[in-house]
Ligand binder design. Structure first.
Ligand code: COA
Length: 260
């Protein structure tokens, strides 16, 4: 099945998913969310894909939020279901054993900021703007924003954005740790690819386990995180990557990880 709102580009082991509703600043309507879910599932099943990049089509927006048009006639019960559906998709991104990098090419507002935060790393264009403007609409974030933002930038900064609805620019996002790096708009995709290539040079097994250990600790207590870390550390010792990585170091050569 071809997609209408998601464009898939593959370059070696890196797959880029481009959210493609530029006329509506890539606002997340139900079609786009369903296609993104399907594209992510396909990427997980495709063993040749090792790193994912998410970005927005057009020069203005990564994602300008959930599609506000869909809010007009929503009942409270429908809104709960709407929130849960989005939360589940964004949780799936966070749980992905393959790293997901957001290349934030413009507005990342509301659901767009939440989507960027569900990704593991964020590279921002100098023109990017981040914010959770929901309070300006009389609602609150529903796709994880009240949870991921304080975990990423701390409670005080998160509440500043959540309570005022104002946006911050890329430089501020960088200094707050919301963006990992900033690049000129025309160099953004290249910067995201460079980060992806760096990750491709190490063990993909270990990368997947790092993601899981960090996620487990942040989702639960530090004690639970420590348990997850010990188990996953143990699992490394059942991998060919560990044999290759440690062996190559001892033999003073470059490792060639099989990714198993
Ligand atoms: N949902 C639905 N449509 C949206 C949208 C959203 N979240 N964000 C932008 N659009 C649409 C606009 O309605 C407009 O459509 P139209 O051309 O059919 O009228 C189109 O995208 C372009 O947006 P426009 O507002 O004309 O661009 P701008 O450069 O003047 O302003 C923003 C850009 C991002 C400041 C402005 O679009 C905005 O405030 N968007 C809503 C952001 C928001 O509140 N997001 C959180 C939602 S929970």
């Amino acid at each position: 099945m071809g997609f209408t709102t998601v464009v898939v580009e593959t370059s070696g082991a890196v797959q880029t998913l481009i959210l493609n509703r530029p006329d509506k600043l890539n606002a997340l309507n139900s079609t786009l969310l369903a296609e993104l879910r399907e594209a992510l599932e396909r990427a997980q099943e495709d063993a040749s894909v090792k790193v994912l990049i998410l970005t927005g089509a057009g020069p203005k927006a990564f994602v300008a939020g959930a599609d506000i048009a869909e809010f007009a006639d929503m009942t409270p019960a429908e809104a709960v279901a709407f929130s849960r559906r989005g939360q589940q998709l964004f949780d799936a991104i966070e749980r992905s054993p393959k790293p997901v990098i957001a290349a934030v090419n413009g507005f990342a507002l509301g659901g767009g900021c939440e989507l960027a935060m569900a990704c593991h790393l964020r590279v921002a264009a100098t023109t990017a703007a981040f914010g959770q403007p929901e309070v300006k609409l009389g609602i609150i974030p529903g796709y994880g924003g009240t949870q991921r933002l304080p975990r990423l930038v701390g409670r005080g900064r998160a509440l500043e954005l959540l309570l005022t609805g104002r946006t911050i620019d890329a430089a501020t996002a960088l200094s707050w740790g919301l963006a990992n790096r900033v690049a000129e708009p025309e160099a953004l995709r290249q910067a995201a690819l460079a980060l992806a290539e760096e990750i491709l040079g190490v063990s993909s097994v270990a990368v997947g386990y790092c993601l899981e250990a960090v996620r487990a600790g942040l989702a639960g207590t530090q004690e639970q995180g420590m348990e997850a870390e010990a188990s996953l550390f143990g699992l490394c010792f059942a991998s060919e990557d560990r044999r290759e990585g440690v062996g190559a170091f001892l033999e003073k050569r470059k490792p060639n990880f099989p990714g198993r």
